[in-house]
Design a protein around this ligand. Structure first.
Ligand code: P53
Length: 480
């Protein structure tokens, strides 16, 4: 018999989504065009493309999402039925500032989120809000070069100030930039665009420098928003959001250990800056050797020091593995080249390595490194689901994934003393995949009848995992 643990009564069980992946209504209520609106459909073999504006004849799945924009009362009722205590979503920047550089906000956009948050609160569900989740205004990409431009700091802080004032009393937990460290893969145009609105062809000279500058500007903006948020409401909890994929050494060979250490430093320096308030020592040395120039003023350093985050929000899906090579004596970590398969774990259909123990390991590592409360704001299993003849999805594979991960999460809390605020599984209702644009890569407890081209009734129905998660919440995590 397996030993289970109970989470505290005030533990925030819930679910997570992002505006651009599920709202639809891309032109309603005065909304502007976001970067997600110019990304075409892809799949696990074909990358999504970015078009120059919205082009006739292309397929843009984020335009329709799953139509939460019109169906939110029904969807929120299903979340309430599962017993959600909280619900993580993002505010689409383009609903509030359609182009991003306006001074006055769009009232219709603000009203929409009032309605959604009121509906959640009516059911006892508190909204957990990401300010920037892969959906910045396309105008800021085209006219300003995205986050490489320091002007974005003011635009973003203005946006944050407007919504943090407006939703005072309705929202307590905020996060600034979703998965700010995805852009560590700077040679891949997809994360550069999603994180930072940098729209360049692969192989463009200077991409790594652009990434470091953009990330710096984001972290300065984030630190300003932390300080501003605390002035607006001293109860606000404002967090970072890190994509946590721990990187293991392939063997016990000392060079492999050093390579994995440098890989972790490279992938998580963003968290060091946001939690510790300063850059780690190794990084300026690395920049010097690579000829990378990042403009960082003394004032910036002061802002970073004063604006450390209240908690670490993170996603956890998988772990990575790396090894050293003779050609790379200085352990430069390039994520597109330096990852190898881990012989001890299995992969999902999209090649994501399934590793529940890696979650407990990561939580311990972050606790000791950053000394902050943690919030698991994404975790889940993307899979092909099929409705069986009884009209239902029997997703035992998803239940197993969640069982194994929740158990390791509970050990991290009960046995290791990690300070954990809550757990919001990703895509609690099926939605559009961020990396591929597919509908077929499903995460939900709730099935949505729609295919990759946007055909379907959009009808919602419960999968087997719906009842499973409901019982987990009802038992404070004891019945898995
Ligand atoms: P999809 C890469 C690696 C880990 C998480 O991802 C990632 C990504 C970027 O796609 O994204 C997060 O939909 C992200 C969500 C996203 C979710 O994980 O590609 O915060 O927006 O949908 C799952 O399967």
């Amino acid at each position: 018999t397996e030993k289970h643990y109970k989470m505290p009564k005030d533990f925030l069980w819930g679910g997570a989504v992002a505006a651009h992946q599920f709202e639809g209504g891309w032109q309603e209520g005065g909304k502007g065009v976001s970067i997600a609106d110019v990304m075409t459909a892809g799949n696990k073999d074909t990358a999504r493309r970015v078009t120059d504006g919205v082009v006739d004849g292309e397929i843009y799945p984020n335009h329709w999402g799953i139509d939460f924009y019109h169906r939110y009362p029904e969807d929120i009722e299903l979340f309430a039925e599962m017993g959600f205590k909280c619900f993580r979503t993002s505010i689409a920047w383009t609903r509030i500032f359609p182009n991003g550089d306006e001074v006055e906000p769009n009232e219709e956009g603000l009203k929409f989120y009032d309605n959604v948050f009121d509906e959640l609160l009516k059911h006892g569900i508190q909204p957990i809000i990401t300010l920037s989740h892969f959906e910045m205004p396309y105008h800021l990409v085209k006219e300003y070069g995205g986050w490489t431009n320091r002007k974005l700091i003011d635009f973003f802080v203005n946006f944050a100030e407007v919504v943090m004032k407006r939703y005072k009393g309705k929202v307590k937990y905020w996060m600034t930039f979703n998965e700010i460290n995805n852009q560590v893969s700077w040679d891949d145009p997809h994360p550069l665009l999603q994180d930072s609105g940098i729209n360049v062809k692969p192989g463009t000279p200077g991409m790594e420098e652009m990434m470091y500058q953009a990330a710096h500007n984001e972290m300065v903006a984030s630190a300003k928003v932390v300080q501003l948020g605390h002035q607006i409401d001293k109860n606000y909890q404002i967090g970072a959001m890190i994509a946590m994929c721990p990187i293991y050494p392939l063997t016990a060979k000392p060079e492999d250990i050093m390579m994995a250490e440098r890989a972790m430093q490279t992938r998580y320096y963003y968290g060091d800056v946001q939690a510790n308030g300063e850059y780690p020592n190794w990084l300026p040395k690395y920049w010097e050797r690579q000829g990378i120039n990042v403009t960082i003023s003394d004032e910036d350093r002061e802002i970073l020091r004063k604006g450390t985050v209240d908690y670490i929000g993170f996603s956890y899906y998988m772990s990575f593995t790396t090894k050293s090579t003779a050609e790379n004596p200085e352990y430069v970590y390039t994520e597109s080249k330096d990852l190898v398969d881990n012989p001890y774990v299995q992969k999902s259909d999209w090649g994501w390595q399934i590793d529940p123990v890696g979650l407990r390991y990561s939580m311990n590592w972050m606790q000791d490194r950053w000394h902050k409360p943690q919030f698991i704001v994404e975790n889940g299993f993307g899979a092909y689901d099929k409705k069986e003849s009884d009209g239902r999805v029997h997703d035992d594979y998803r239940i197993k994934y969640f069982h194994d991960h929740v158990l390791e999460m509970e050990k991290a809390v009960a046995l290791d003393g990690v300070d954990l605020i809550g757990y919001t599984p990703w895509g609690c209702i099926d939605l559009i995949s961020a990396s591929t644009g597919e509908m077929a890569k499903r995460y939900g407890f709730i099935y949505v009848d729609q295919d990759d081209e946007g055909n379907g009734s959009l009808e919602r129905s419960k999968k087997d995992s719906f009842e499973w998660y409901k019982q987990v919440i009802a038992s404070d995590g004891e019945i898995l």
